[in-house]
Design a protein around this ligand. Structure first.
Ligand SMILES: [Zn+2]
Length: 162
């Protein structure tokens, strides 16, 4: 944590910039390498001098990773020289949807985790071979955030983010 004398010098803008880069280093524990920013979890950053409040929205309520994300955010943000303290709030609204994922986030999910997003029309595309021959297998995925599907073309199991 920074010394009080140092943080008094930091402007609001400097604090915000520092917080933004700190948030980029926080990954979703279920998707190492994918930041909560790319996942679209960060809704707001409020600063009051060097005291920061970060408002996050959960991907899916009840996801066990939430407590870990909150403490990772607090740790990362409080490491900034410009920040004295960080409070993390889970916001009840807006509701997270796959549309909040950045393009980089979506690509990384498909490439690194064989996780896909359901299209608006309900169809799925295999992240491994690109085939549309993906069928839902089970609604009970590894976590409540995901379900499992199966590609009939390359025969890989695929996780679907809901
Ligand atoms: Zn496939």
């Amino acid at each position: 944590m920074a010394q009080v004398n140092d943080v008094l010098e930091a402007s609001d803008e400097a604090v915000r910039a520092a917080v933004r880069s700190a948030l980029l280093t926080v990954d979703d524990p279920e998707y190492p390498g994918l930041s909560i920013v790319d996942l679209g979890l960060v809704e707001l950053v409020k600063t009051q001098g060097s005291n920061v409040t970060v408002g996050l929205i959960p991907t899916f309520s009840g996801c066990p990773a939430l407590a870990m994300i909150a403490s990772d955010v607090k740790l990362a943000v409080e490491l900034c020289d410009e920040v004295q303290s960080c409070t993390v709030e889970w916001l009840p609204a807006p509701v997270w949807s796959t549309g909040r994922l950045s393009e980089a986030g979506e690509t990384r999910l498909a490439d690194n985790f064989t996780v896909v997003l359901r299209r608006k029309d309900g169809t799925l595309r295999c992240p491994v071979c690109g085939s549309d021959a993906v069928t839902d297998q089970s609604m009970a995925g590894p976590t409540r955030c995901r379900s499992v599907a199966w590609c009939g073309s390359c025969r890989n199991p695929i996780e679907v983010m809901r």
